[in-house]
Design a protein around this ligand. Structure first.
Ligand code: FES
Ligand code: FES
Length: 207
């Protein structure tokens, strides 16, 4: 018996891929919105505009693309977007500004350890990797922090500062006093305001 066109269309309609991203469920049509080979990093950055995560190596070697999946740190360049079906993804955009890890990274500037960020390219990956680590182990030792973040690379070499920042975030998690940005002694000069007429190069790439 011939199948009516409407019925056939209903039968061939594919089950949507549902992913909760930063607290909001998104629905994607397989084949149209998400093709089988699409990575989670591509979906998040290029399709949805969550450009906080960076794609540097695109082969699981640098940690720049780290996000949380159900609270655990994952490399989004090594996950297929379709694998996230039914899961909860958190990117750095989903963290509140006063998150203890973010505060600690921004405030870190102790002599002898240095800052936790210079160019900042690796920072979202380190912050999300640290969040994943603290979810599993809220009181890690310095050794455990080093081990936990060993999959992330910082080209600026801020490793000591990053480890210190994560230690301070743990202290704040444990009820310690939040670190104040106001009393920071920044190891850099004051910012310089450019005259309005100064022309700036206009990059076209995504941040
Ligand atoms: S971009 Fe994913 S690990 Fe380097
Ligand atoms: S702060 Fe520049 S790569 Fe880490």
């Amino acid at each position: 018996m011939a199948t009516k066109p409407g019925k056939q269309a209903r039968e061939t309609k594919k089950t949507p891929i549902k992913i909760k991203i930063n607290g909001q469920w998104h629905e994607f049509e397989p084949g149209r919105d998400i093709v089988p080979e699409m990575t989670l990093s591509y979906l998040l950055r290029e399709k949805l505009g969550f450009t906080g995560l960076k794609v540097a190596c695109d082969e699981g070697a640098c940690g720049a693309c780290t996000v949380l999946m159900d609270g655990k740190a994952v490399l989004s360049c090594m996950k297929l977007a379709a694998e996230a079906h039914g899961h909860e993804i958190l990117t750095i955009e989903g963290l509140p500004e006063d998150d203890p890890v973010i505060r600690a990274f921004v405030a870190q500037c102790e002599p002898g350890y240095g800052t936790a960020l210079q160019c900042g390219f690796c920072t979202p990956g380190f912050v999300m990797a640290a969040k994943g680590l603290l979810n599993e182990n809220p009181k890690p030792t310095t050794g455990e922090i080093k081990e936990g973040l060993s999959g992330n690379i910082c080209r600026c070499g801020c490793y000591s500062g990053i480890a210190r920042a994560v230690l301070h975030a743990c202290e704040e998690n444990k009820g310690g006093k939040p670190r104040s940005f106001g009393s920071m002694h920044l190891p850099i000069g004051p910012s310089v305001r450019l005259p309005a007429s100064t022309s700036r190069p206009k990059g076209r790439g995504k941040p």
